[in-house]
Design a protein around this ligand. Structure first.
Ligand code: HEM
Length: 222
């Protein structure tokens, strides 16, 4: 039996999305180090970052992460374009309002905002630290790249603090809706089970949005 292309696309978006959700848990946990007192946080954050850059296993996982981001964006875009083509009447009268949420109808714009955030975020950190583009970061007392300082100096700029904090609103909305949809796409149809998964999605999205949103504010005020 031939594989339905829409099913394939949706499964790919759901699978890569779940992988990205796991990355965010690890990424938030690591960035919580920034909330510790400076004498503890600097060395810990920098040595964690060095371990990530030097481990072969983590390097492979990082390439999987980049591939997942690209596949997630491209296939989500293909699904959105196909849905638009299939529902031209949406622009005349909105029939979908009764049975779908504001977030589900605006996943395109929300996803674009998150993509914009990721591009700027990677330019702020990843390009400087991993690719050596822009001002070279310094080193700490133990000889590790001072990623802590890069982060701290970025969040001394109030515009970056506002940008990072505000963009966590679309991230939270996207994670809430995306996680719920991913569970359905991957075959969870049980009504009661879906209700529990919807609650888990809400809690997960709130922790991610509040956690990532609060860090730049705390760093700014430290
Ligand atoms: C308080 C907020 C955040 C801080 C302080 C932060 C910090 C960092 C730092 C320092 C790096 C470079 C790590 C290194 O190479 O040593 C990094 C990489 C990255 N961040 Fe964030 N991040 C934040 C939020 C986010 C969010 C919300 C996302 C996704 C929506 C994200 C996605 C990524 C990705 C994809 C990478 C590249 C990972 C890699 O190459 O291994 N970050 N972040």
């Amino acid at each position: 039996m031939a594989l339905n292309p829409l099913f394939f696309r949706k499964t790919l978006v759901a699978g890569t999305g779940l992988f990205l959700c796991i990355f965010l848990i690890v990424h938030l946990s690591a960035n919580c180090i920034l909330l510790l007192p400076e004498d503890m946080a600097r060395e810990l954050y920098n040595s964690y970052s060095t371990t990530l850059r030097e481990s072969l296993l983590i390097k492979i996982v990082a390439y999987l992460l980049y591939l997942s981001i690209i596949l997630h964006v491209v296939y989500a875009l293909l699904i959105t374009l196909r849905n638009r083509k299939a529902k031209p009447q949406k622009y005349v009268v909105n029939h979908t309002k009764d049975n779908s949420t504001w977030t589900s109808q605006n996943m395109g714009i929300i996803g674009t905002l998150i993509l914009l955030f990721i591009i700027i975020h990677l330019a702020n950190f990843w390009a400087r630290i991993k690719l050596g583009i822009g001002e070279s970061p310094g080193f700490d007392a133990t000889g590790n790249i001072d990623v802590y300082e890069v982060t701290y100096s970025l969040f001394q700029n109030i515009y970056y603090v506002i940008f990072y904090t505000l963009l966590m609103i679309p991230l939270g909305l996207h994670l809430h809706h995306g996680l719920k949809s991913a569970f359905k796409t991957l075959g969870f149809y049980h009504k009661k089970g879906l209700k529990i998964l919807a609650k888990i999605s809400l809690v997960y999205a709130a922790i991610m949005a509040i956690g990532f949103g609060i860090i730049p504010c705390v760093v700014y005020l430290k």
